[in-house]
Design a protein around this ligand. Structure first.
Ligand SMILES: [Zn+2]
Length: 414
C-alpha cells in the first residue's frame, strides 16, 4: 500500500518539476493545455500511450474497476485530436477524453485486462512535450489491491464530490414556487449517441433543447426552471440527482435523444423508474444511459440498502405515483402533436431518476438513429413546439382537476 501511495507521489513530483505553478490543479486564467496527438501501442502484456501536449501538465491517475479502467485527470485541455474515441488494441480497449468540469479534463482508458502503471511522466522531446503512460498486465488480485488502496484526495471529479458542486448556489432563490430541474443528458467526455454521419451529438441536442425549455418555463408565471448543466461539461448521474435535491426541485426532467439499432423506430418516449424494465427496448436504453458514468471513469458506488427504511419507502412510492402522473400528462400533451413510439410510457432502472422525493421522468425526444427524427431534433421550430407542449404538461400537472384532491405540487411537501 505504501508502495502505491509512494508511486503516485513520485508521479506528481515528476510532473510538478516540469510545471511552473506551485499548487492546485490548474491556474484558472491560464490558457488551456493543447493536446494535439495521441499514440497508443499495446499488446497483451504491455501498453504505452503518448499524448503530445504543449506543456508539462500536473496530472493524477487512478484505477477503477468493474470494468477495469485507468483514468487520468488533467488540467483544462483542448483536444485537437482527429477521433473522439481512440480504438485500442491488446490490453487497452479504448481511450476517451474530454472536459470533466470547469478547469478539468480527463482521459479514460478502457482496459481489456487489469494493468499497473510502470511509468507516468511528462518529458520534453525534440518533437515537443509528451505525456507518457506505460503499464503492464497484472493479475486480478493485484489490481483489486491497487483500486482499494489508492489515494483519491487530489482527484477533482469523483462522484462523491457532488456536494461541492460549484454550479449550485448555496441558497435556493426565495421566489421559486415550483422549481423544475432540467437535465440535459450527457456532456463533456460523454457525447451520448450520435447521428449516422457522426455530426449530430446527443449532448449538444439535449443542451440546446434544455436551454429552450428553461426559457419557456421561466416565462410561465409561478414556475421556475434551472439546468443541471448549462455548458458542455460532464456530470455524473449522481451529481445530476444531487444538484436537483440540494436545490429542492419539485420536478426533474432528464432529456435525451438516443440511438437504436433499428433505424426505422422513431418518436418520443417518456420513461419513469422501475426495478424491472417494462420491455427489452427500455432495458437497453437504460443500460446505455447508465453507461455514462462508466465511460467517464466514475466509480459506481452501489447504494446502501435503503429498502428497510419504511418512511423512505413510502416517500418513494408517493413520488413514483407523481412521476407516473407527470409522464401521462406529457404524453397527453404530445398526443396528436408529436410523433410517439408505441406504448410511449415505459419504465426501466434509470440511475438518474432515483431521487426519492422528486417526481422524475426521462424524455427521449426522438432517436438520432432515425433520419426524420434527427432532422426534427435539429429543427428550431420543432424544439419550440416541444418546449411549449412540455410546459403545458407541467402546468396541467400542477393544477389537476379539483376533484383529484391532492395536487402534483404537493408531492414535495417541503
Ligand atoms: Zn442519452
Amino acid at each position: 500500500m505504501a508502495n502505491i501511495r509512494g508511486f503516485i507521489a513520485i508521479c506528481a513530483i515528476a510532473a510538478g518539476v516540469l510545471h511552473a505553478p506551485a499548487q492546485g490543479q490548474d491556474v484558472p486564467d491560464a490558457d488551456p493545455m493543447i493536446a494535439s496527438g495521441l499514440k497508443l501501442t499495446a499488446n497483451e502484456r504491455h501498453f504505452k500511450l503518448e499524448l503530445s501536449v504543449d506543456r508539462a501538465p500536473q496530472f493524477t491517475f487512478h484505477y477503477v474497476d468493474q470494468p477495469p479502467r485507468l483514468i487520468v485527470d488533467l488540467p483544462r485541455t483542448v483536444f485537437t485530436l482527429p477521433e473522439k474515441v481512440v480504438r485500442g488494441e491488446g490490453l487497452v480497449k479504448s481511450v476517451r477524453y474530454g472536459t470533466m468540469a470547469e478547469g478539468q479534463a480527463r482521459m479514460v482508458m478502457g482496459l481489456d485486462r487489469p494493468v499497473k502503471l510502470s511509468r507516468s511522466e511528462a518529458i520534453a522531446t525534440a518533437a515537443g512535450t509528451q505525456l507518457i503512460l506505460e503499464g503492464d498486465f497484472v493479475p486480478r488480485e493485484e489490481y483489486e489491491k491497487l483500486v482499494a488502496n489508492q489515494d483519491w484526495s487530489s482527484a477533482p471529479a469523483r462522484a462523491e464530490a457532488a456536494s461541492a458542486d460549484p454550479l449550485t448556489p448555496s441558497t435556493p432563490e426565495p421566489a421559486a414556487p415550483f422549481l423544475v430541474a432540467i437535465d440535459a443528458g450527457h456532456g463533456g467526455i460523454d457525447t451520448g449517441a450520435s447521428s449516422a454521419d457522426g455530426k449530430t451529438l446527443e449532448k449538444d441536442i439535449t443542451l440546446a433543447f434544455a436551454k429552450k425549455l428553461a426559457e419557456r418555463l421561466n416565462a410561465t408565471p409561478g414556475i421556475q426552471a434551472f439546468l443541471t448543466r448549462d455548458s458542455d461539461r460532464f456530470l455524473s448521474l449522481t451529481e445530476r440527482v444531487e444538484i436537483s435535491r440540494q436545490r429542492k426541485a419539485n420536478l426533474f426532467i432528464s432529456l435525451h435523444a438516443d440511438k437504436l439499432k433499428q433505424s426505422d423506430i422513431r418518436g418520443a418516449t417518456v420513461y419513469t423508474i422501475s426495478d424491472r424494465a417494462s420491455d427489452s427496448l427500455s432495458a437497453s436504453v437504460a443500460e446505455r444511459e447508465n453507461f455514462s458514468d462508466e465511460l467517464a471513469g466514475i466509480e459506481i458506488v452501489e447504494e446502501p440498502s435503503e429498502v428497510a427504511d419504511i418512511l423512505l419507502d413510502l416517500t418513494r412510492r408517493e413520488t413514483q405515483a407523481f412521476s407516473v402522473t407527470l409522464a401521462q400528462s406529457v404524453i397527453q400533451s404530445f398526443n396528436g402533436q408529436v410523433e410517439l413510439i408505441n406504448n410511449p410510457h415505459r419504465s426501466a432502472g434509470f440511475r438518474v431518476l432515483r431521487a426519492p422525493e422528486i417526481p422524475s421522468i426521462l424524455l427521449e425526444m426522438g432517436f438520432l438513429s432515425n433520419r426524420k427524427d434527427e432532422e426534427l431534433l435539429k429543427d428550431e421550430a420543432w424544439r419550440d413546439k416541444i418546449a411549449g407542449l412540455l410546459t403545458d404538461a407541467i402546468v396541467k400537472y400542477r393544477q389537476p382537476p379539483a376533484s383529484a384532491g391532492t395536487g402534483g405540487a404537493a408531492a414535495n411537501g417541503g
